[in-house]
Design a protein around this ligand. Structure first.
Ligand SMILES: [Zn+2]
Length: 315
């Protein structure tokens, strides 16, 4: 079905061994990855989340060639492999299929280099067939989605009006062949845009851009509307810091304040770096955040999607 088509688009075949780390359960994640792999005829290593020791052991023993994970868990595995000094020859991974969530280019690059794999973004929602309604192709310029199964519109999240192709807005999906629980114009709260140009790979399936965030992620700080992706983009321009960050919004002394935590190595002056980042946010977005620089590894990494934005204003 759709998921098998995703694997095929990523060049994964029945010769591959697919290690699945998203959870099995009421949520459709793990089982969706599994059903697609079975349809394809590939071997499945159904791990589910957590238990990093066992994951790494199985990865070596079973010679997994494909890893399915969230971006945060893929990063955690990459870091663990490095930390434990597991030699590159023992890891046979070639490709990673990463569940859709917003992740920075920096994080993508880091996972790709550390694990030595090609990465594919996959899109999907439990409400709409589960994961696997779209994936990027070898040209890595947005995700093809299966328009024989779903109809996608992009709307302005505030007015509800349809936006022209190319403009960013909320993804609205209508299922075309679902019988049990069909959905008509289902608002996903995911932000993306339709990529109007035809893909270089020649596939006729239309494309949406990687998910840029959630409509409910928008933060209002000192009267300025901010999306976490804007902060992430700015942080991405600083070579010195890692891909992990945390944003905390709180109400201090009657004012909304944003604190940004970033990680770096001991080679840099924390105070100088913090000041430069704060200045850049001020010049690009229009308010000055409090930037705290910490040692690499201090910020949390999780098995599931990591909460990078914490709003403490209403606690
Ligand atoms: Zn393509």
């Amino acid at each position: 079905t759709m998921f098998a088509r995703c694997y095929e688009t990523a060049g994964i075949t029945n010769k591959d061994r697919i290690q699945i780390t998203p959870g099995y359960g009421l949520w459709t994640a793990g089982i969706g990855f599994q059903a697609g792999a079975e349809k394809l005829g590939a071997m499945v290593i159904p791990m589910g989340p957590g238990n990093t020791d066992k994951q790494l052991q199985m990865m070596q023993d079973m010679e997994s060639t494909v890893i399915c994970a969230t971006s945060s868990y893929a990063l955690l595995l990459a870091e663990e492999i490095q930390k434990r000094g597991i030699s590159k020859e023992k890891i046979k991974l070639k490709k990673g299929v990463i569940g859709s969530e917003r992740w920075s280019d920096k994080m993508r690059e880091r996972i790709a280099t550390e694990l030595g794999i090609e990465l594919y973004d996959i899109y999907g929602l439990t409400e709409i067939y589960g994961p696997g309604i779209g994936i990027n192709c070898e040209y890595n310029s947005g995700m093809h989605y299966w328009d024989d199964f779903i109809y996608i519109e992009i709307i302005d999240p505030v007015t509800g009006e349809n936006l022209p192709d190319g403009e960013t807005g909320e993804i609205v999906i209508t299922t075309l062949v679902k019988e049990g629980a069909p959905l008509i114009r289902y608002r996903t709260h995911d932000l993306s845009r339709i990529i109007p140009e035809k893909c270089k790979c020649g596939r006729c399936f239309p494309k949406i851009d990687v998910i840029m965030g959630r409509t409910d992620d928008m933060m209002k700080i000192k009267g300025v509307n901010v999306f976490p992706s804007q902060i992430e983009e700015i942080l991405g321009t600083f070579e010195e810091i890692s891909s992990e960050y945390q944003i905390r919004i709180s109400h201090l002394d009657g004012k909304d304040t944003m604190r940004i935590y970033v990680e770096t190595t001991g080679d840099y002056d924390f105070a100088v770096l913090a000041k430069r980042i704060a200045e850049k946010v001020k010049s690009r977005i229009g308010f000055t955040p409090i930037v705290k620089v910490v040692e690499i590894g201090v910020l949390p990494r999780s098995m599931k999607k990591t909460a990078r934005v914490i709003d403490e204003r209403y606690d």
